[in-house]
Design a protein around this ligand. Structure first.
Ligand code: BG6
Length: 494
């Protein structure tokens, strides 16, 4: 395996721990080597030392036997080169041959954990150096492209160097056990399907928010923003899992065909949608926490969004008229990823529901992806005693009940799938383009209209108040684990 971007954040936080998990569980081939590539001037030993130090922070000792960590580290190598320049690739070629010890050197998995600006360059150099043989595979991180046009151009570059079966566009949300469980819930159980449509569902919420800022990623983030970082890939994947038709069989083609159909059914955004059904926000300072514009490598007048909420429609028989509200944000009160399916109210309300608000009905199904992974069904029951008060109660399933930590790491699962040649949980070229096609008008609109609103929200709040207003218009409201909409004065237009 060759990791481009080996001295970067993703490698230490996610890739090395994932590889170690696979190694510790004997899920890697008997013989394997990992070559890290980067511009930092390490040699093998310095890289191993660096990784060794990082493992203390990012690999939990409770999950794995720490004893064989040295065994794992002995499989790591490093090649200092600039992946943007062609001359390093002949060195890579010799290094690969040397490591293969005369054996086959083209059973290779490339992982592009670099800044996105290199995604289009590396495959070209690999091809020129003849390192794109039929046994190679390439995993490329998101965002795949910057907009529709660049995604198409990138697809063209990849298909000139590799066949589609060799290209693995990763979206780590699909590697999460809990995301895959949405499919099991929907398609392994007969009881939900009859309700899973416009006749019974009022609206759907998809939330993926975090209580962290942009950390050390200012340079990357300011040119990306929440729409490209989270919405165009992770959030829309979750919409697809919730909204898709049952695949005929569970294999890569059938599953991915259904995902594309959802993207192609997204109702194109109208002028009204662009003005009123998209709320863009940026976090502002609160207490001793910095605002986005004070973070390092962020221009003082940046208009990059760290929050976005929007309303989507899906134009097909199942979902026509059912809004999907999606949102993501940095520096929110908590970290939570969940899908909430709101069922319609009863046609006639005989009882007074204590918790039934003006907005929500008694019945919600909450699919919690993280934390406290699980599923909750809410419904009304009579409060014992006189009268006929109905109270909302819940039936819940928690992964903890299955015995401890619910899941393996998403990256471990996906890297293993790639090693085994299973692309099901990776994004196909047509899906990437269909998704960009839908989101492109938003990017265009923001680019052309300097006056398109960008709302400030103080760190630690649930985002601009306008996003709540957008929901209320439908008679809906966001499901926030804890309400924190105070200090209204600090909300402002930026
Ligand atoms: C990444 C984004 O893809 O997903 C990050 O680039 C974000 O900005 C992260 O923090 C969230 O992933 P998870 O698995 O921690 O929810």
């Amino acid at each position: 395996m060759v990791i481009f971007g080996a001295s970067g954040d993703l490698t230490k936080r996610k890739l090395v721990p994932a590889l170690y998990e696979l190694y510790a569980e004997n899920r890697l081939p008997q013989e394997f080597s990992v070559i890290g590539i980067g511009r930092t001037a390490y040699d093998d030993e310095a890289f191993r030392n660096y990784i060794s130090k990082q493992t203390e922070k990012f690999i939990s000792s409770s999950d794995h036997e720490k004893t064989n960590i040295d065994g794992f580290i002995s499989h790591l190598y490093y090649l200092a080169m600039d992946p943007a320049k062609a001359d390093g690739y002949s060195l890579l070629d010799s290094r690969l041959k040397e490591l293969a010890g005369g054996g086959q050197s083209d059973h290779l998995l490339y992982y592009l954990a670099t800044p996105p600006s290199l995604y289009g360059v590396i495959p070209v150099h690999l091809k020129e150096a003849g390192l794109n043989g039929p046994h190679t595979r390439i995993i490329v991180e998101k965002p795949f492209g910057y907009d529709l046009e660049s995604a198409r151009a990138l697809n063209a570059v990849y298909s000139s160097a590799f066949e589609e079966r060799q290209i693995y566009r990763i979206d780590h949300f699909l590697g999460k056990e809990t995301a895959q469980n949405i499919l099991a819930l929907r398609f392994a159980n007969g009881i939900f399907e009859p309700l899973w449509n416009r006749n019974y569902i009022d609206y759907v919420e998809v939330t993926a928010v975090e209580n962290l800022g942009i950390e050390q990623r200012g340079g990357f983030y300011d040119g990306t923003g929440a729409l490209r970082d989270m919405v165009q890939n992770h959030l829309i994947q979750l919409v697809a899992l919730t909204a898709m038709e049952p695949p005929a069989v569970f294999n890569a083609d059938s599953f991915r065909n259904e995902v594309v159909k959802v993207y192609e059914s997204l109702a194109p955004l109208t002028e009204e949608d662009l003005n009123e059904h998209i709320v863009r926000g940026q976090y502002t300072a609160a207490g001793n926490k910095k605002g986005y514009r004070e973070e390092s490598n962020i221009p003082a007048n940046s208009r990059t969004e760290t929050y976005i909420a929007m309303k989507l429609g899906i134009d097909n028989w199942r979902w026509s008229g059912v809004p999907f509200y999606i949102r993501t944000g940095k520096q929110m009160p908590t970290k939570v990823t969940e899908i909430v399916v709101h069922f319609k109210k009863t046609p006639h309300q005989m009882f007074r529901g204590k918790e039934e608000t003006q907005y929500s009905s008694m019945n919600k199904l909450i699919l919690r992806l993280q934390p406290n992974e699980g599923i909750v069904l809410k419904f009304g029951m009579k409060v014992p005693g006189p009268g006929f008060d109905v109270k909302q109660v819940m039936m819940d399933f928690s992964y903890k009940e299955l015995g401890g930590a619910p899941v393996g790491d998403a990256y471990a699962r996906l890297i293993e799938d790639c090693i085994q040649g299973d692309p099901t949980l990776f994004t196909r070229s047509d899906a990437v383009e269909a998704s960009w096609k839908f989101f492109d008008p938003i990017l265009q609109y923001w680019k052309e209209r300097d006056d398109a609103p960008l709302y400030g929200y103080p760190v630690g709040t649930w985002g601009p108040l306008e996003s709540e207003a957008m929901m209320n218009e439908h008679g809906a409201e966001w499901t926030n684990p804890c309400k924190n909409l105070t200090n209204t004065d600090e909300y402002c237009e930026l």
